[in-house]
Design a binder for this molecule. Structure first.
Ligand code: SAM
Length: 160
């Protein structure tokens, strides 16, 4: 598969899953949305549009989003998420979206030493995680893959 095809698949999977959460899953009534890896702000923009009424807080090591998808200063957390995220454990988020995979197995393996625990710790019971990397954690129940998403491409979980 070309890198272009792979990129398009990732974008489609993100949209399909975030729309699926919006349309078909019940989220905790209160609770913020966390965007782990703001990047260009595309999925942040989608979260803002599709989960109105919820505060969306974005994390990244640096602010580099498009001007139209840049969070207010108090909704952006700058720095290494492994460190900055610690202050958001127990925050009872309703939804966490994590898009910090690199496509390099060795780098992603390091991320996976801390990301599942962090996402689980950020979520309220019944909250949902959507992630490009698998989040193997006893408190995160893997939800069935959508037919439109290839095996191993994108994952979603319910916090037990
Ligand atoms: N979903 C975003 C979008 O739609 O524009 C793209 C996210 S991009 C693939 C990943 C982002 O996560 C990058 O901007 C990178 O700087 C950030 N990132 C990755 N690992 C990180 C870490 N450990 N701490 C802080 N930021 C990280």
């Amino acid at each position: 598969m070309s890198r272009l095809d792979s990129f398009i698949n990732r974008m489609s999977a993100q949209r399909d899953l975030l729309n699926h959460v919006r349309d078909n899953l019940v989220l905790p009534e209160a609770g913020e949305v966390f965007e782990i890896g703001l990047g260009n702000g595309r999925t942040y923009s989608h979260l803002r549009e599709n989960f109105p009424g919820r505060r969306v807080i974005a994390f990244d090591r640096k602010l580099a989003s498009h001007a139209s998808a840049t969070p207010a200063a108090n909704d952006f957390v700058e720095g290494e998420i492994r460190e900055t995220g610690q202050a958001y454990l127990g925050r009872q988020a309703a939804l966490v979206h994590a898009d910090i995979g690199t496509g390099y197995d060795d780098k992603d393996a390091i991320t996976l030493t801390w990301l599942p625990q962090m996402v689980s710790g950020m979520l309220a019971n019944g909250g949902v995680a959507v992630s490009g990397l698998p989040l193997d954690h006893p408190d995160l129940e893997l939800l069935p893959r959508l037919p439109s998403i290839a095996e191993g491409r994108y994952f979603h979980y319910r916090r037990r």
